[in-house]
Design a protein. Structure first.
Length: 345
């Protein structure tokens, strides 16, 4: 263990733009291990050397950015982390909420989960994100004009993008439900009674939804009510926390049919089926999300703009990095077969 730890501390490169910052074998191993997890195989020597180059580039940009006064606060990095996990999850969560969710689903701590996912501890991963954040901020500052002059796609380009990718713009079978939820809090019996009364009301008149919604918005209301759209997909079943066969039962219900009352650890709920829509290929004027107001045309336009922004950002990153990657700014301590030997753990 002693020898291995010593080897991990061995500097294999150094960045010296504004201060001397060594890159150790251990740091390289951590990054390589994360990437190997992602691609599911061992990297070649050339690929590992490429990762080392990437680490050097990151350090160069961080030092150049710090020289220019770009230093994110811990709270900015934490927000960046929250944004990252929220994007993965598809819903807005804080670090504490994400940790709780992970604990419930996998019985792992957040640190264990991040380590299992990408080979880095939570602290290492946040340090990696901090670097990404700094690099982005620095490039945005240096290449502001180029990045701001990205053009929107023309009508013809949007329409041809749609024609080429039409088959991927499919809306699955969808059902619109009017859902009623009464939180238990410390009055579980009262919550159950509330949902029972509403269920009776809906059973005798499925059009009573407007009145039920209005009352749910009153100040001392003890329940929430409103429309939700559910797709016939495994992801929807997962998000609702129900098995796929339970989801299919919802789709087998008729319009106007009222569900039985279900009890969860925190609430009672029931719903009525409002509308059912068959799967279809979306047209350019259709909305992307049922109940939403963004048309597919607008969605494609925004997507193409984002693609162009990402390409421009990557080009700008390469250009900024190349300008910093001068022999006097960094050194790799080994070359040729010596370096190959060191990188073949």
């Amino acid at each position: 263990l002693g020898i291995s730890a010593q080897t991990n501390l061995q500097p294999i490169a150094e960045v010296k733009l504004s201060s001397r910052a060594p890159i150790t074998l251990g740091q390289l191993k951590t990054r390589v291990s994360a990437l190997e997890k992602e691609i599911g195989r061992k990297m070649t020597f050339e690929e590992r050397k490429h990762v080392l180059d990437g680490l050097i580039n990151e350090r160069l940009i961080v030092q150049a950015a710090e020289k220019d006064g770009i230093k994110p606060t811990d709270s900015e990095v934490n927000n960046y982390f929250n944004e990252y996990v929220s994007n993965q999850l598809g819903q807005q969560v804080s670090e504490a909420e994400f940790a709780k969710l992970i604990k419930e689903k996998t019985n792992m701590s957040l640190d264990e989960y991040i380590k299992a996912q990408n080979g880095m501890t939570l602290a290492e991963f946040k340090s990696f994100l901090r670097t990404q954040y700094i690099a982005q901020a620095y490039v945005m500052q240096k290449k502001k004009n180029e990045l701001q002059s990205i053009s929107s796609p023309t009508d013809e380009q949007i329409r041809s993008y749609y024609e080429v990718n039409k088959q991927s713009f499919v809306q699955p079978d969808t059902v619109q439900l009017f859902l009623v939820v009464a939180p238990k809090g410390d009055k579980a019996k009262a919550a159950e009674k509330t949902v029972q009364d509403i269920q009776k009301k809906l059973t005798s008149n499925s059009k009573a939804t407007a009145d039920i919604r209005t009352k749910s918005q009153e100040k001392n209301s003890n329940y929430q009510a409103g429309e939700i759209f559910v797709s016939k997909t495994s992801l929807a079943a997962e998000q609702l926390g129900i098995p796929m066969d339970e989801l299919l039962k919802i789709f087998n219900m008729k319009v106007g049919e009222v569900s039985p009352i279900t009890e969860t650890p925190v609430n009672y709920q029931c719903f009525v089926v409002m509308e059912k829509k068959d799967a279809k290929i979306l047209g350019l004027s259709d909305v992307v999300q049922p109940g939403g107001n963004v048309s597919l045309y607008e969605y494609i336009k925004q997507m193409v703009i984002m693609q162009r922004q990402n390409e421009a950002l990557n080009d700008a990153l390469v250009s900024v990095t190349n300008a910093l990657r001068k022999p006097e700014n960094f050194v790799i301590f080994q070359t040729g077969s010596d370096l190959e030997k060191t990188l073949s753990w």
